[in-house]
Design a protein around this ligand. Structure first.
Ligand SMILES: Cc1cc2nc3c(=O)[nH]c(=O)nc-3n(C[C@H](O)[C@H](O)[C@H](O)COP(=O)(O)O)c2cc1C
Ligand code: SF4
Length: 692
């Protein structure tokens, strides 16, 4: 297939100072939970993006000097020459496919607590370190000597970046994370010398650093600066109006303006709270202030939306972090006229949780993300078929669908048996909840792929038993039958359930998703702590219920701190009139009220209730698995080589775990049997220093 000429404009080369990007697809910096601990995994992930057609591929933020680091978060480092090979490996990987390699240099200033290096942090003004973890550390104010030092350290990092073969160097000053922003903003810059006060003075450090970069490496590298469109920090914050003045004042100083937004929470907002292209109003008109190219972001997955940004003169480059994670081959698919094959980001921010939990990042839509090197997985291709011919996949939720897609691609004859009448399992149900419609893309992408495969058959209304499975004669069976929300209160606080009066109507998320909704005064007890409790509170308010949300945690939907949503969720529920009770567990349920127990003091109180919604834990639907295990002796005669239980049916978890389990099943089917005790992935181990 060939490219739709409407999209030609996206494939035009664009100059950035001394270098030229081959197209307008610009992978903006994003971390991956691997950083300096997993450099080869990160390098291979970036290579695959370049292979998929991204014209510019950036690193994540790179700590450019040891006096400012953000432990416990794991990013890349450029502290001395010994870090160059690690960074060069990434640049070389990106260059394999002729993309430009970009490095984002970060000096974290008032965002760097220096927990590892134990250096005293520095910022424009003395004050507390502003991390969301409220590290009990303050920064000291920089004097002129410190600013001279900082400029020298930056020069060293520019030189090292060039040595590592980067084409683009970005100075990080966005999201409240980079020192350039700390100088630009009146919130963090209270100085009275030539680096504080007027906007011109607050821009001085940025300008000097860019000029130093051009002087040091400007012959070979394009120099950009990444700023927030609006700091979103109230009256003293660096506003959109000030940003525009700053760009006008320094119009042609950098080779490119990279425009992110607000705090990270604002910039990487989830689809629950922001649509594609949400920053358009804040970025429109900025291009007219400079002759240099402008890149902006907005979870862009639609080529039409991208073309509109360019044609209407809003952006020169389509910046993307999450869309490039969900589909590293997005540009190539547009180029090859395969727009329907794009695996669109669902805006769930599971990728962010990898950074927040210092683990390797995952992606709900792209299970190969960060497994490219560790396991050799690729977002588009899989190994060809092994010895066996056929597979029965039971259950068409995210695990079953992904297993089916990848097995189909491998060339197996696959039968997908679904007990219900639609594909998607939990995503089909959850995407009907308030704010979660984009999650349906997990099903839509896989359904689109599977329907094209002549070797895959789908059977609905197929509530199978072990007898059926044994009679069918498939060689391999994957049981992906999902999970059911519990009705007894068992979760983290109560491991043995709650005493519940049988008169009290009790509902679970499954009931609500099936359209069975309570009325009147509803107590929603959330001992799950991810999105479901908050989403259902919204649903119940929309339905006219008076909702009290009770949780043993200290915040609503606590784990959504890792998806950058917690503050917005709690604010929204407060606005909607939800009565919130934190650090309280439901300890008993009577016919017309529930008893709450303070998780600290154990003191009890009561709440009137007409109904109780329990968002607690789930039980895997493992009936067929148990039946099949009990009849293992019959497998060989039935021609069955393997039976596996995968996804939520095995152990309930977020959707990303299910798509991963589906992919893993498909990847490992018919794999040569190695040492069963060996590590199932590659890893890097720190080289031991010589003992002196
Ligand atoms: C997992 C993840 C990590 C990120 N890490 C960085 C980073 O290291 N530096 C940075 O400037 N922005 C970072 N961002 C923000 C992105 O560059 C981008 O501005 C934002 O996600 C909006 O773009 P998108 O809608 O295309 O994802 C990160 C975003 C994500 C999702
Ligand atoms: S994890 Fe979710 S938000 Fe992140 S890239 Fe994947 S689909 Fe998009």
């Amino acid at each position: 297939m060939t490219r739709d000429p409407r999209y030609d404009i996206l494939f035009e080369p664009v100059e950035i100072g001394p270098v030229t990007a081959p197209n307008r697809f610009f992978q903006v910096p994003h971390c991956n939970g691997g950083g300096y601990r997993d450099p080869s995994a990160a390098a291979e992930m970036r290579r695959v993006k370049a292979e998929g057609g991204w014209g510019v591929v950036f690193t994540e933020q790179v700590e450019m000097h040891h006096t400012s680091e953000i432990t416990p978060f794991i990013e890349l480092r450029l502290w001395d020459d010994r870090d160059i090979p690690m960074l060069a490996r990434m640049a070389d990987s990106i260059h394999e496919h002729d993309a430009l390699a970009g490095i984002e240099l970060a000096y974290s200033g008032v965002n760097g607590p220096n927990l590892y290096t134990r250096e005293v942090p520095m910022g424009p003004t003395a004050g507390p370190i502003l991390t969301f973890t409220s590290d009990p550390v303050q920064a000291r104010a920089m004097d002129k000597g410190d600013i001279r030092d900082l400029r020298r350290w930056y020069r060293n990092s520019f030189r090292r970046s060039k040595q590592a073969a980067y084409d683009l160097i970005c100075l990080y000053g966005a999201h409240g994370f980079g020192i350039i922003q700390h100088f630009l903003s009146r919130k963090t810059n209270h100085r009275t010398d030539e680096y504080g006060g007027s906007l011109e003075n607050r821009c001085r450090l940025m300008r000097e650093l860019i000029e130093d970069a051009k002087d040091e490496v400007g012959d070979a590298c394009g120099i950009s600066v990444r700023l927030s469109l609006d700091e979103m920090a109230g009256e003293h914050g660096f506003s959109n109006a000030e940003l525009r003045d700053c760009i006008e004042m320094n119009a042609d100083v950098p080779d490119l303006w990279d425009l992110a937004h607000g705090a990270w929470e604002d910039c990487s907002a989830t689809s629950r709270f922001k649509d594609e292209g949400a920053q358009e109003g804040l970025v429109t008109g900025i291009k007219a202030l400079t002759s240099k190219p402008v890149v902006g972001v907005g979870r862009f997955t639609s080529p039409d939306a991208m073309v509109r940004q360019v044609r209407s003169g809003i952006l020169d480059f389509i910046g993307a972090a999450r869309p490039s994670i969900a589909d590293p081959f997005l540009p190539k698919k547009i180029d090859e006229g395969r727009v329907d094959d794009i695996r669109e980001c669902i805006g769930c921010n599971i990728c962010v949780t990898g950074d927040m939990t210092m683990s390797l990042s995952r992606c709900t839509q792209n299970p190969s993300f960060m497994e490219e090197w560790r396991k050799g997985w690729h977002p588009e291709t899989v190994r060809s078929k092994g010895d066996s011919e056929s597979v029965l996949v039971i259950g068409a939720g995210p695990a079953g669908l992904e297993a089916t897609r990848a097995l189909g691609l491998r060339g197996y004859k696959v039968a997908l048996a679904e007990a219900g009448t639609e594909l998607g399992g939990r995503v089909a149900r959850e995407c009907r909840l308030p704010g979660l419609s984009a999650w349906g893309r997990v099903r839509d992408y896989r359904e689109g792929q599977i329907r094209k495969m002549p070797n895959v058959d789908i059977y609905f209304d197929s509530q199978l038993t072990a007898d059926d499975v044994l009679a069918f004669g498939f060689e391999n069976v994957a049981i992906a039958t999902g999970a059911t929300w519990r009705r007894d209160g068992v979760a983290r606080f109560h491991q043995h359930g709650i005493e519940i009066d049988e008169v009290m109507p009790v509902f679970t998320p499954d009931d609500l998703m099936a359209g069975k909704l309570p009325t009147g005064k509803v107590v929603l007890y959330d001992d799950d702590h991810f999105y479901m409790g908050g989403v259902l509170a919204e649903l119940l308010v929309q339905h006219g219920c008076a909702v009290s949300l009770v949780t043993p945690a200290s915040e609503v939907s606590q784990w959504t701190n890792n998806t950058l949503e917690q503050a917005v969720i709690q604010a929204k529920l407060i606005d909607m009139g939800v009565d919130i009770h934190v650090t309280r567990a439901v300890s008993a349920v009577a016919r017309d009220h529930v008893t709450l127990q303070c998780t600290y003091s154990g003191r009890e109180s009561t709440l009137e209730a007409d109904a109780l919604v329990l968002v607690t834990s789930r039980t895997g639907n493992d009936l067929i698995w148990t039946e099949m295990k009990a009849r293992e002796a019959d497998w060989a005669e039935a021609g069955i080589k393997s039976v596996r239980i995968i996804g939520d049916a095995e152990a309930p978890a977020p959707i990303a775990w299910a798509t991963y389990a589906g992919r893993r099943f498909a990847e490992e089917l018919d794999a040569p049997q190695g040492d069963p005790d060996a590590l199932p992935f590659k890893r890097e181990i720190a080289e031991l220093a010589t003992v002196s």
